[in-house]
Design a protein around this ligand. Structure first.
Ligand SMILES: [Zn+2]
Length: 373
């Protein structure tokens, strides 16, 4: 793996290449864009190139392209996740922090102690192996005002040998003063055809690949992740088909039982996510699974609204017969209002509202609003 292998972010990478080739790399960057579109991967491969002792100089589209060699001792250390000059900062580092006396190992926000100990205190340390140091901060939007203010001074005058990259999916949560000290690189959505072909290459059925590419709105990382959510007992794609069918057929007396069923699916998805992300906290994984359930419901009702207004581009192509059978009986105004309601409950997930209450409330709203007449 190297920079040239990242096929889906040509614009962002060619922008970084212009700086690399002219040896005018900025000292601080914000890589912004939705989750799962290659921000971390690009930051990692850029870091490997910056740290490489013998970078390869090639050309792409008749422009110079600098890449890691993959062979020098720096590249080998990097590949083995042991490069002393590469620092990845993420909120779960709190469990290793010597400064934090908090017993929380799965914080919601990025703790200030983590930013202080793993970035601010280390930034002036000279490189050990290479001529540079690189710091990559994941989910930088989760830094609170204290952490961001603490970081400002570092961003004002970082040592010349150091590059700091803030990865961010919600740029409006970073202070304007942070933005003004960093160069912005925007990452765009990945072409759906590319996602489908990658998923199919990995053994995913085409119908399923099409769904995940549409469901994640062009996030390659999230699509690859979703396609992995299956084992002998549980198949996430089949679960989503059942979930949609059951929502459409739901009647008031079954509401609480159905909310229990959804909670069980949240547990199933969280357990599989935990196998993919051993570093991520359980509460974060559960929130991710809860958001997935609500987003599946949103995808179904958005599709129904599209079909009922004559648009045939839908996400749930695998269930088009089912959806079409409801287009005559749907109340579009009520359905649109319900999608809005789903978005509100999505925000509740982020605010750690009790999971069961959240689903019960959402489903009770649904059965009492006559969306399907
Ligand atoms: Zn190298």
């Amino acid at each position: 793996m190297s920079l040239i292998d990242i096929k889906c972010q040509d614009k962002a990478i060619s922008r970084l290449q212009r700086s690399l080739a002219s040896n005018r790399l900025a000292q601080a960057y914000i890589f912004s864009g939705p989750e799962g579109i290659g921000k971390y991967l690009t930051a990692r491969e850029l870091a490997k190139t910056i740290l490489c002792r013998n970078p390869l100089r090639t050309e792409v589209n008749s422009r110079p392209f600098l890449d890691s060699c993959g062979k020098c001792d720096s590249c080998l250390l990097f590949e083995g996740n042991g490069h002393p000059d590469f620092n990845h900062i993420y909120k779960e580092l709190v469990k290793f922090s010597s400064k934090s006396y908090s017993s929380r190992t799965s914080p919601v926000d990025m703790p200030k102690d983590v930013v202080q100990e793993y970035l601010i205190d280390k930034v002036n340390m000279k490189p050990v192996k290479s001529e540079h140091t690189v710091f990559v901060v994941s989910e930088s939007e989760k830094m609170n005002a204290f952490s961001q203010n603490a970081l400002l001074k570092t961003l004002e005058e970082p040592p010349t040998f150091c590059t700091i990259i803030l990865l961010c999916s919600k740029p409006d949560r970073l202070l304007p003063t942070i933005h003004s000290r960093c160069q912005q690189v925007r990452f765009g959505m990945v072409d759906r055809r590319l996602i489908v072909s990658r998923l199919v290459d990995q053994g995913c059925r085409e119908q399923e690949a099409l769904y995940w590419a549409g469901f994640t709105q062009g996030s390659l990382g999230e699509s690859l992740e979703a396609a992995k959510l299956k084992n002998q007992e549980f198949d996430c794609f089949k679960m989503k088909q059942n979930l949609i069918k059951m929502v459409f057929e739901l009647k008031l007396p079954e509401t609480l039982e159905f909310a229990d069923w959804i909670s069980q699916q949240v547990k199933n998805v969280s357990a599989l996510l935990a196998q993919l992300y051993s570093e991520t906290s359980k509460s974060d994984l559960s929130r991710r699974a809860q958001r997935m359930m609500i987003n599946i419901i949103i995808s179904a009702f958005s599709d129904l609204l599209r079909l009922s207004s004559g648009v045939d581009f839908i996400v749930n192509t695998d269930q088009s017969d089912l959806l079409n059978s409801y287009t005559e009986t749907i109340n579009p105004v009520a359905a649109a209002r319900f999608v809005e309601k789903c978005n509100e409950n999505l925000r509740w997930v982020d605010r750690s509202v009790n999971e069961k209450l959240n689903f019960e409330e959402l489903l009770l709203t649904y059965v009492s609003s006559d969306i399907i007449r």
